[in-house]
Design a protein around this ligand. Structure first.
Ligand SMILES: Nc1ncnc2c1ncn2[C@@H]1O[C@H](COP(=O)(O)OP(=O)(O)OP(=O)(O)O)[C@@H](O)[C@H]1O
Length: 217
């Protein structure tokens, strides 16, 4: 039987297409590729090649040349905070700045809504009362994903979202992300060192090199 999943209330329409045009940063690129609504593209490549920096360039967090567009709107035409709430990067190591976990989530979220949301990645509702300094690396990873989704991004840039998780939680998180995507048509770029994971979640996989992306066969 299909597990009951919480659906985040998202009002914004995802883009039909995310377009990356001749993107360069540090000593990398130019990279060009498109991802359509509802598509999940994998990104792999050797450690240090620039996968995280690519996601940071796409979210305008580092200096870069080239363009990133949602439909026909370039990032340069959108204030950075608004762009990042549409094109959201979930980093492998997340920052938590308030004392309690719940302080990082929208205040207007009801108890039932929070309970259902947290259950998707294996938490009970009490986690909102936990001190953030007690969180394990894997707990932070699962909660950072939920926190990022609360703002209803049309594009999700996932940087090794399961790198700190055991196999049971990895499957739980994969299933949650894919069911969320199916429901909302989210565009996903998923960085992983695990080829089996990318086979499960992505419709195609790019292997990153310093100067190009190769589609893996
Ligand atoms: N501010 C910076 N200036 C110069 N080089 C940097 C800067 N920040 C990161 N780098 C370098 O850019 C390269 C790419 O880093 P990045 O974190 O994107 O690699 P990655 O492909 O995600 O690696 P991993 O798989 O190990 O996470 C690394 O060699 C890193 O040291």
């Amino acid at each position: 039987m299909e597990k009951e999943r919480h659906s985040l209330s998202i009002s914004r329409r995802p883009p039909d297409i995310l377009r990356v045009e001749a993107l360069r940063f540090l000593d990398n690129g130019p990279y060009s590729f498109d991802i359509r609504s509802g598509e999940c593209v994998g990104l792999s490549g050797p450690s240090g090649v620039g996968k995280t920096q690519l996601l940071r360039a796409m979210t305008d967090l580092i200096e870069h040349q080239g363009r990133v567009l949602l439909d026909d709107v370039p990032a340069d035409d959108v204030p950075a905070p608004a762009w990042r709430s549409m094109v959201t990067m979930i980093p492998a190591e997340s920052a938590w700045w308030y004392e309690l976990v719940g302080d990082h989530f929208p205040r207007e979220m009801g108890k039932d809504e929070a309970k259902a949301l947290l259950a998707n990645v294996g938490f009970g509702p009490d986690v909102f009362n936990w001190q953030t300094n007690r969180l394990s690396t894997g707990e932070k990873q699962r909660l950072a994903l939920l926190r990022g989704l609360c703002h209803g991004p049309g594009v999700l840039l996932l940087d090794e979202p399961c790198s700190a998780l055991d196999s049971k939680h990895t499957i739980l998180v994969e299933d949650f992300i894919l069911s969320h995507q199916k429901e909302h048509g989210t565009v996903i770029l998923w960085v992983s060192h695990d080829p089996e994971q990318l086979q499960r979640v992505a419709s195609k996989v790019f292997v990153m090199e310093k100067k190009s992306l190769l589609e893996s066969t």
